[in-house]
Design a protein around this ligand. Structure first.
Ligand SMILES: NC(=O)c1ccc[n+]([C@@H]2O[C@H](COP(=O)([O-])OP(=O)(O)OC[C@H]3O[C@@H](n4cnc5c(N)ncnc54)[C@H](OP(=O)(O)O)[C@@H]3O)[C@@H](O)[C@H]2O)c1
Length: 381
């Protein structure tokens, strides 16, 4: 006898947001996300509405974004219905809403570029996904700040369900960026050194952990703050070799540090401005890779870095990497698999997160823009 295994998620805690119209139940269990997973049941019909954080104009995120109810389209043959579980607020999401990012969706648009969801219904022609799978967007621009969405199956990639939901929700952008930057620019061996600014950022925390897992030392530059020791201890616990402030990086005594660790081969710049120039001073050859510009200041390169040290000035954008590797399924899959191995081994944890509901979006968006917060706002649906 053929048994049709279909799963239907019944999100009991926030039912006012997500309506499950009708279903037949044969047993249920609680998933990692806290949602009640009803197994072996046949979904006659599933979620038809979604609550979304939408913006109709560019502007200040906490003002431009609205919580709205959207009617979901039918699941077509090549699409799937996804119930979102968790989705972070990243700086690029804020820049998109502000209208300052390199990639801008047509308006109105749902905010959010990354997050993890669970497949609830699949179209007839979908082969790569099944009901119950955890999925993340393959590319930017999907709009993840919503309770549910009907998406093209080809735009999604599966993740194993044995990793924490917050790790899954934050895996596709920052750890992938960290992984590529540590892999694609310089040949790094155990014992080599990498220097980075914004070391407490999501990317920075992933760099620390992935580097530590490979035996690579990290010099981690952060901005001074009242709770500096607490943050420094947290980054050290993640595997940071050295944690120093921007001010310490500028002092002559910094030379002492290089008596105990080799000069960096790679500098990772997520800030720009003076901070980037200071990183460059410590490269004798090697590459500086700019991936972010949190200070909104241009990068100034001293001519001596180019003439006498032949430092390579490079850039990286994970979205471009994913697009360039769109037809090489193994490239993305093998990176995600490697990162999941680190997660399961306890060597790569999600960034420090503050979980918020979609309803609390204004506060969350404001907090995401504040300096010295050191925790990522994550919508949990
Ligand atoms: N190119 C890519 O593919 C790629 C991929 C992922 C992320 N990014 C970029 O990388 C950057 C970090 O992203 P994330 O998600 O990791 O960030 P995040 O977790 O939100 O952390 C933001 C970081 O930026 C620092 N910061 C904020 N304003 C600053 C300023 N004026 N000067 C110096 N540092 C400042 C914060 O330090 P404090 O704690 O001191 O405020 C914190 O370390 C963003 O620019 C993002 O767009 C790029």
């Amino acid at each position: 006898m053929t048994i049709i295994f279909r799963y239907c998620i019944y999100h009991s805690f926030k039912m006012q947001l997500t309506r499950v119209a009708s279903f037949l139940v044969r047993g249920h269990s609680v998933s990692r996300s806290g949602a009640v997973l009803i197994k072996n049941s046949y979904c006659v019909s599933a979620v038809r509405d979604s609550t979304a954080l939408l913006y109709r104009r560019h502007g200040e995120p906490s003002q431009a974004v609205q919580l709205e109810s959207l009617h979901l389209t039918q699941v077509g043959p090549e699409s799937v219905l996804v119930k979102m579980l968790a989705a972070p607020i990243n700086p690029s999401d804020l820049n998109m809403i502000q209208g300052t990012y390199a990639l801008l969706p047509e308006l109105p648009a749902v905010g959010g570029n990354e997050g993890v969801g669970q497949v609830m219904e699949v179209g007839d022609k979908v082969k790569a996904l099944k009901v119950g799978d955890w999925v993340i967007p393959r590319d930017a621009g999907v709009g993840t700040w919503r309770t549910a969405a009907v998406l093209k199956a080809d735009d999604l990639v599966t993740l194993p369900k044995d990793i924490p939901v917050l790790s899954a929700a934050t895996l596709g952008v920052n750890p992938c960026t960290a992984f590529r930057m540590l892999t694609d620019f310089e040949e790094l061996k155990p014992g080599d050194t990498v220097i980075q600014n914004a070391a407490n950022s999501g990317v920075g925390q992933a760099v620390i952990q992935i580097a530590a897992a490979k035996g690579i030392q990290t010099i981690n530059v952060i901005r001074d703050r009242p709770d500096l020791q607490h943050l420094s201890d947290r980054l050290t616990a993640l595997g940071a070799t050295h944690v120093i402030t921007e001010e310490t990086l500028r002092r002559p005594e910094i030379k002492e540090l290089f008596k105990s660790c080799p000069r960096p081969k790679l500098a990772l710049n997520g800030v720009g401005g003076k901070s980037a120039t200071e990183l460059l001073r410590h490269l004798h050859g090697g590459s500086m890779v700019t991936y972010g510009g949190m200070a909104k200041q241009p990068v100034t390169v001293p001519v001596s870095a180019l003439i006498f040290k032949d430092v390579k000035i490079r850039g990286f954008w994970v979205t471009q990497w994913k697009r360039d590797n769109k037809h090489d399924e193994d490239a993305l899959r093998s990176m995600l698999d490697e990162l999941c191995v680190l997660i399961r081994a306890g060597k790569l944890s999600a960034p420090a997160c503050t979980e918020v509901s979609l309803q609390d979006f204004r506060k969350a968006l404001e907090n995401a823009m504040k300096p010295y917060v050191s925790t990522k706002q994550v919508f949990v649906m």
